[in-house]
Structure formats: C-alpha cells, structure tokens
Ligand binder design. Structure first.
Ligand code: 13P
Ligand code: SF4
Length: 335
C-alpha cells in the first residue's frame, strides 16, 4: 500500500473521504466504468448530484426510486451518489452488500434536525400515535418509526393509517404542513426543515414570475407554505420532472435543488428551465451536502472500496420494518 493511501485511510474520519491526489490526466469516466464492471458495482445517484455524476450513474432517481433500486439490485457493491441517510437506507435494505458513500460528511439538515434521543422523549408524550418519518432521517430514527415515507408516496402513507389513530410526522414541518392540507389529517409535527428548501426568496420568485408570465411555477413540498401557495404544481423531484415532460408549458420556474434541471433539460431540450433563486447572492440553490460528492471522490471510493457504510445489527433489525412497510404501500399504490 502506498504511504499516501495508508495516511488517507487513517484520516478517513477526519475528512469523510479518501484524501488522495488524483492524477488530473486520468479519464475518470473510463476508470469508473472499468471499476463498475470489475467489481460488479452499481452507482445509484440522486437527481441533486452534479451532472457528470448523473451521467455515469446506472440509476438516477428520487428517494423512493433509489430505495426501490437498492432493495432489488443483485450487484455486489452499491455506490451511493447521494447523502448519508440514503446510503444507510440502502444498507438496511441490502445488509449483505457493501455500500459505499464517496463522502461520509454528505449529511442532511433535515436528518440532523431530529436527534433520536430527543425524538424518543417527544414520542413518549403521544404513546398511542403512529410515527411516520420522512426517509430523510437517520437510521436510528427509523428504529423509532412505524412507517417511512418519501415525497413521492407521503400522501398514500398518511392515508394508510386508520382514521381513528393519531399521527406524529417527523422531521420536516413543511412537508408535514403540506400533508395536513392534502389529507385533512391532524398530525403532530416535529420542527425540522431542509436548509435548501427553506431559503427560497419569495420576493425574487415573484419578480421572476412577473418577468416570465408564460412560465409555470413548480415546487417541491419541502418548500415553505407561502411558496407552495403560489405553485402551479407541487411534487417530488421525479414528480416535478414528469410534470415538465407532460405539461404543454414551455417554461418553468423550478423551486427545488438545481441538480434536477440537468434531467429536465435532457428530457425536454426545447423547453426553458429557470432555477428559483434563494435568499442570498446565488442564482440557483445547491445542497452543500449533495454537492460534496465529486467525480474524484466517486472514483477513489470505487477503487479502494472506502468509505463504507456500517450499521449496528440492532439498527438494521429494528429500523428496516419502517422502510419495508413504506415499500409495500408504494407497491400497492402502483408507485
Ligand atoms: P425526493 O428525492 O423525495 O424528491 O426528496 C428530495 C430531497 O430533498 C432529497 O434529499
Ligand atoms: Fe437534506 Fe435538503 Fe440536502 Fe435533501 S436537499 S439532502 S433534504 S439538506
């Protein structure tokens, strides 16, 4: 083993990734393709990944599609181009497989907003309630959850709970408020948010809508209620993508992480997509966690099979039922 690799392995926890120089002349696309074949590995990428990573992935999707793929793949190694909770979900669904995440520090503000020890105490106040957790939560939180959901299937999951049962919904209060409106169910909400979807600028979006009266405004349900009220369509990332393909409009203002625009532009090359701007000096909204993954880190993770996701057996045993239940409800709904 080279001394640089040995040091990088020792420093893995410090950096979250293998901090090794990559030869800038290396053809990373060709190298990653070679490693996929040699190692029987599959790359699963979320729509919020940078375009180059989306282009080399075997499957690109939203949180629901990615969990369905992780449950059914026969590859030996799952390389997750996404964030930590997504790779944990893949490990829970396929515990016998090696699951790699190019950067362990690719976290999620929603998952961080709901520490399991605090949630356990909160849950004790409502002992008869069913707990529905957005899949954007830690593996440990899933052990305290009855049913997981994603933005694609959340309405179906909430409607699957008998009407006489109370519901706690965690951790996203914006998605929770949207679901209360959509389903008419009165749910107890945990007070968490996504840092990306809560900083859209109402003022700048209103100006954009005035400047582009022919554009449809479409938004992810993690956005705040005042924005969702303005939206022509609300949906998960895959729902938004589908809408832009099927709707006759030729211009869309898109309020979610800007990575999704890559697939929208590929699928509808003649349409115009305008990223909704956040409340800062940026023109579009990037998730800093999703964007920690790079082609170099992806290549290094596959070459050295590190960093790998490890979970305690009790977490897998007690947490996977909430994901299995979600997948059953989705399959019954034809999602
Ligand atoms: P979906 O993948 O369900 O659209 O959720 C978006 C998201 O924020 C993932 O982190
Ligand atoms: Fe988490 Fe929001 Fe980033 Fe998705 S976009 S990973 S919910 S911080």
């Amino acid at each position: 083993m080279s001394s640089q690799l040995a040091i990088a392995k020792e420093d893995l926890n410090k950096y979250g990734f293998l901090n090794i120089d990559v030869d800038p002349t290396l053809d990373l696309v060709a190298e990653i393709e070679r490693l996929k074949k040699e190692k029987n590995a599959i790359i699963l990428a979320h729509y919020y990944q940078e375009s180059e990573i989306q282009d080399i992935a075997d499957y690109i999707g939203d949180s629901l599609g990615l969990s369905q793929k992780a449950a059914e793949t026969d590859a030996e190694i799952i390389v997750f181009a996404g964030v930590h909770f997504m790779a944990e979900t893949a490990k829970m669904l396929s515990p016998e497989k090696k699951v790699l995440l190019p950067d362990l520090k690719a976290g999620c503000s929603l998952a961080d907003s709901c520490p399991p020890h605090l949630f356990r105490k909160f849950k004790e106040k409502y002992p008869d309630h069913v707990v529905i957790s957005y899949i954007n939560c830690t593996a440990e939180l899933k052990t305290l959850t009855d049913i997981c959901c994603t933005s694609s299937n959340a309405v179906h999951v909430v409607n699957s709970v008998p009407k006489d049962k109370g519901i706690i919904f965690a951790p996203d209060k914006n998605l929770g408020a949207y679901l209360i409106k959509e389903t008419g169910r009165d749910m107890i909400l945990w007070n968490g948010t996504c840092m990306v979807h809560e900083i859209f600028s109402h003022e700048k979006i209103t100006k954009l809508m005035l400047r582009h009266p022919d554009a449809k405004f479409i938004a992810h349900p993690e956005c705040e209620a005042h924005l969702l009220e303005k939206a022509d369509f609300i949906g998960s990332t895959s729902g938004l993508l589908r809408f832009t393909q099927e709707d006759p409009a030729e211009k869309f203002i898109v309020a979610t992480e800007a990575g999704i625009l890559h697939q929208m532009e590929l699928k509808s090359p003649n349409k115009t997509f305008i990223p909704a701007p956040p409340n800062n000096t940026c023109a579009c909204n990037d998730c800093p966690h999703m964007k920690r993954n790079t082609m170099e880190k992806l290549y290094l993770a596959m070459e050295h099979e590190l960093p790998e996701i490890h979970l305690d057996d009790w977490i897998i045993e007690q947490g996977v039922a909430s994901i299995d239940r979600m997948l059953e409800i989705s399959a019954a709904a034809g999602l």
